[in-house]
Design a protein around this ligand. Structure first.
Ligand code: HEC
Length: 246
């Protein structure tokens, strides 16, 4: 009965939810965990642009080096700023108290953000910044309105400008809404290059959320092999036991 009621509720409200999200579609991140070069590039971007504010405290530098095939000396030279021991976790450069007073909110740990927000949201969010003088950071975000996070990748992407159009809201009133973003200040990368960079970064965040995924593919094959061997042994054993009975 309860279930029927729940199903009815979902049926009733699903169209509403769809209608709301339709306006702001998430872009498909299409990440590929088996692409090592992409993961390595993502790690580099993450360490250069994100760990100054965000930690990833469930992850150790030597684990990344081993999983992504980065030699430890290279990792130490190029990719470690916040710590000098390779066995340490990815802590943040800034003190949480300072972050709180600068941004009004401490930047959250990003270890499992790919699981809470999903890759498509991250991919869209990181491309969704646009100029907005009303915000203390000078930017706003399509997917996270009034976010306290500055546009840290602006050098790469440049700064986009919003283009408005008039729409009628639910109450029948005419309001201004953002139709799309257009190029403002140019960045170092082209649109396509920036998309690739963000995809690599999101790929790395997905790995960060579940590093065991890379190992699990291998374990799966081993388990199946083990089970088939076990089956053969069991079958022979059964034949041996039942020999005298028949
Ligand atoms: C200058 C500091 C700073 C840097 C550098 C920075 N962020 Fe942030 N970030 C923030 C702050 C502050 C918030 C909290 C925003 C809020 O809640 O309004 C945030 C929030 C986020 C969120 C949303 C988390 C959630 O679920 O609410 C994501 C995702 C994120 N950052 C990703 C990144 C990535 C990826 C990078 C590197 C490219 C990065 N950030 C670099 C300050 C920073």
């Amino acid at each position: 009965m309860c279930r029927l009621f729940a199903a009815l509720l979902v049926g009733l409200f699903a169209p509403l939810v769809l209608a709301n999200t339709e306006e702001l579609k998430l872009q498909n991140a299409n990440v590929d965990l088996s692409n090592r070069a992409s993961l390595q590039h993502g790690a580099k971007l993450f360490i250069n642009y994100c760990v100054s504010c965000h930690s990833a405290s469930f992850m150790r530098y030597n684990r990344i080096a081993a999983d992504l095939g980065i030699p430890e000396d290279k990792m130490k030279q190029n990719l470690m700023f916040t710590t000098d021991k390779i066995g340490e976790t990815m802590t943040v450069v800034m003190r949480p108290e300072d972050a709180q007073s600068w941004f009004g909110i401490a930047p959250p740990d990003l270890s499992v953000v790919a699981r809470s927000r999903g890759p498509d949201w991250l991919y869209s969010f990181l491309q969704g910044f646009y100029a907005d003088e009303k915000r203390p950071t000078g930017v706003n975000n399509l997917y996270f309105p009034s976010t306290a996070m500055p546009h840290v990748l602006w050098e790469l992407q440049g700064v986009k400008r919003p283009v408005y159009h008039t729409v009628t809201d639910d109450m029948g009133k005419e309001v201004q809404a953002i139709a799309h973003l257009e190029d403002g200040v140019p960045g170092r990368l082209s649109e396509a290059e920036f998309k690739m960079a963000v995809r690599d970064l999101v790929n790395f965040l997905v790995y960060l959320g579940e590093p065991a995924k890379l190992v699990r593919y291998k374990i799966g094959v081993a388990v199946l092999l083990f089970l088939s061997l076990l089956w053969v042994v069991m079958y022979l054993l059964k034949r041996e036991y039942w020999k005298d009975v028949h």
